[in-house]
Design a binder for this molecule. Sequence first.
Ligand SMILES: [Zn+2]
Length: 211
Amino acid sequence: MLYETAKYHKGSESMKELIEKAQEFLETNNISLTVMESGEYDYGLAHYNPVNKTIVLSIKAIKDKAEQWNISPDDYILLVMAHEIGHYYDTEGEIINNSLEQISDEFGLEEEEKIWRLIKQRELNAWENGMRYIPSHLENDYKIMNLINLEYRYCSTKISLMAAKHNKEKIKLTEKLAELSRELKTVRTKNIELMEENFNLRFGKDEFSEI
Ligand SMILES: [Zn+2]
């Protein structure tokens, strides 16, 4: 295996060389994917794009991580590549992606759980499928990287869901504001009782206390 025999001199390899090695690794294993480099941390460490069959690597992020872990960038790239190839070989991947796309925007707790279940399954499949590329000296690191990845996915999924819900609430409140400002122009013609009734209907105690 290419990466097992690769000689490593700390920091001596250019980004281009690392990308070339990653591409060579795919070719050695007869995997028809293309490696691309992302500028900075656009996709985190790596990203598999099933549409244009590419693995996008952030060499800068990978080099930083390798340094933190005190392993060679070659080894760290192998960990990341194995996982991304694992996505490529995931026979459930397309079904999972389609299911995720079909989940309605009006999601509640049940949908939230479903979204996380699907994303988790997708990551677990990649983990398992990528295992065959991992030499024994990296087994433990591969496990740790995948566990961290799961936690990372969990947090980012939660954040996305919260942002989506927050955004929906924001739209609702903005609409209310617009409606209110429209009514302010006509409200002078109404009597005070009607105004009060209107206020209580729109911003009743229960609803108002939520804000
Ligand atoms: Zn993944």
